[in-house]
Design a protein around this ligand. Structure first.
Ligand code: SF4
Ligand code: SF4
Ligand code: SF4
Length: 459
């Protein structure tokens, strides 16, 4: 293992901790290779880690990986086989057919296996659609919003728009009734349009499962000018992206903008879509309000159970830390389960909790936020401490904003009623609201011009 000063140095190498019963690996069969060239993509530059590589997971490694992954989940109710990239569909269907064959070969008695695929959708055709349906894949498709927003940063190798190609791919999934969800990044181009983006995903695409991911591209004063200029024209110029620097690119979402985006979406969702549309952030928040584990590692107390596997078998602490200091080892040389259970990885996960600032420790919404992902903790807290999350103002804004509705939904759940009943509460309150009153989202606009547009009300 390579030098890892921050997380390796203090780790006692005495006994190997027990392996967790379940963990999640994002496997990258093409490494960082992708047919697109999204301007904010932090992963494309990881190609530099493997000079001269063909960037194709070898058959032997694929077999070893599937066998090790299934074996490691002997005591879990389900194992997830997750493929991501780069663009994993570049491997071609045969690779994925083989993966299914290997799962049949190595599945433990009664083992439930879920296959997932995160894709930009542009290479999907009917053959893919049939295969994904037949094997019940859950497919995540990346779309940033309506055409003009999506095409701002999500472009082809030649810098051309990709919206139509992505929609064609999504149509394939719909045609074959494949389970899909949408992953939407939040950045400078869509950060002020939360409700519009959400309505597009819901109404135009028909999405029922939505994930929002904030784009925070770190930079140093040296790297910022080139990073802002963009890489699409000359990808060879992309330097290896590592988590360093306390500046961010122009494409990044603002420190408070992400929170406003979420509030904007929430105010739409809570009035008409509770129980009908699953928004991962809201579901995670509700879980934290009722004291159960949520679905997002970012808002869990500790992390370390979401790893990344490169095309050559190298295992890293996390998809966001595919960089030399966070390389755990190679699964061809050391079993996957040992690397996951290693003191280094355990320390990586616990550091999330143990490195919180005093400002976070004393925060009244820490139970819901948990300080956010360590990769973005490069700001200074109001107490002057380094290591505060860049999006802290967003998290404070959002979690405070949803406190009352989350409590309400938690109470409903506690009495075995559906959280969706909260929509009745909002309906009753909205009916009494003056049309010229300020909107409940805090935008400063009038209710009738904001989330109350089209609603019946007083005044
Ligand atoms: S689709 Fe875009 S964000 Fe995803 S790997 Fe390719 S270039 Fe990166
Ligand atoms: S580093 Fe961030 S993205 Fe990675 S597992 Fe931890 S919280 Fe999740
Ligand atoms: S809202 Fe800010 S202060 Fe509170 S836990 Fe999150 S990052 Fe820390």
């Amino acid at each position: 293992m390579t030098k890892r000063p921050s997380i390796g140095a203090a780790a006692p190498m005495v006994t190997m901790p027990e392996a967790p019963p379940a963990f999640h690996v994002l496997a990258k069969p093409t490494g960082a290779i992708c047919n697109l060239d999204c301007e904010y993509c932090f992963f494309l530059s990881k190609e530099l880690l493997y000079p001269g590589s063909r960037f194709r997971m070898a058959d032997q490694l694929q077999e070893a990986y599937i066998r090790q992954l299934l074996d490691a989940h002997a005591h879990a109710p389900e194992v997830v086989v997750a493929w991501q990239g780069g663009e994993p569909t570049i491997m071609g269907l045969e690779f994925f057919r083989r993966s299914i064959d290997l799962q049949r070969k190595y599945a433990l008695p009664g083992q439930r296996i879920l296959n997932t695929l995160q894709t930009n959708g542009t290479l999907l055709d009917d053959e893919w659609g049939q295969f994904l349906k037949e094997h019940q894949f859950l497919v995540g498709i990346s779309i940033d919003g309506p055409r003009e927003i999506h095409d701002t940063y999500r472009v082809s190798k030649g810098g051309l728009p990709t919206f139509d190609r992505v929609i064609e791919g999504l149509d394939v999934l719909k045609k074959h009734s494949v389970d899909w969800n949408v992953l939407t990044t939040v950045h400078a181009a869509n950060g002020d349009h939360g409700a519009d983006v959400y309505r597009f995903l819901r109404d135009e695409l028909g999405a029922f499962f939505v994930q929002f991911i904030p784009i925070v591209e770190r930079a140093t004063s040296e790297s910022l000018p080139a990073a802002n200029a963009g890489w699409s024209a000359d990808n060879d110029m992309r330097p290896l992206y590592v988590q360093e620097g306390s500046l961010v690119t122009d494409r990044s979402v603002g420190p408070e903008q992400y929170g406003r985006f979420l509030v904007d979406v929430f105010e739409e969702w809570v009035r008409r879509d509770v129980g009908a549309v699953y928004v991962q952030m809201f579901d995670t928040a509700l879980a934290n309000w009722v004291g159960e584990p949520g679905g997002m590692c970012v808002h869990a107390e500790t992390c370390g159970l979401q790893l990344a596997l490169e095309h050559n078998g190298d295992l890293y602490c996390c998809d966001h830390f595919v960089e030399p200091d966070y390389l755990l080892g190679n699964i061809s040389e050391q079993p996957l389960v040992e690397l996951v259970a290693s003191p280094e990885q355990q320390r990586f996960g616990e550091d999330k909790r143990d490195s919180l600032t005093r400002y976070c420790i004393d925060c009244d919404v820490r139970f819901a936020c948990n300080g956010g992902c360590p990769k973005d903790r490069f700001a200074t807290s109001p107490l002057g401490e380094p290591g505060q999350h860049y999006l802290c103002p967003s998290y404070e804004l959002f979690f405070h904003h949803v406190d009352r509705p989350m409590r309400l939904m938690a109470t409903l759940l506690g009495t075995e009623r559906a959280p969706a009943e909260i929509m009745d509460v909002y309906r009753a309150e909205d009916a009494k609201r003056g049309r010229n009153e300020p909107c409940t989202c805090g935008s400063g606009r009038k209710w009738k011009q904001c989330h109350g547009r089209g609603a019946v009300g007083r005044g």
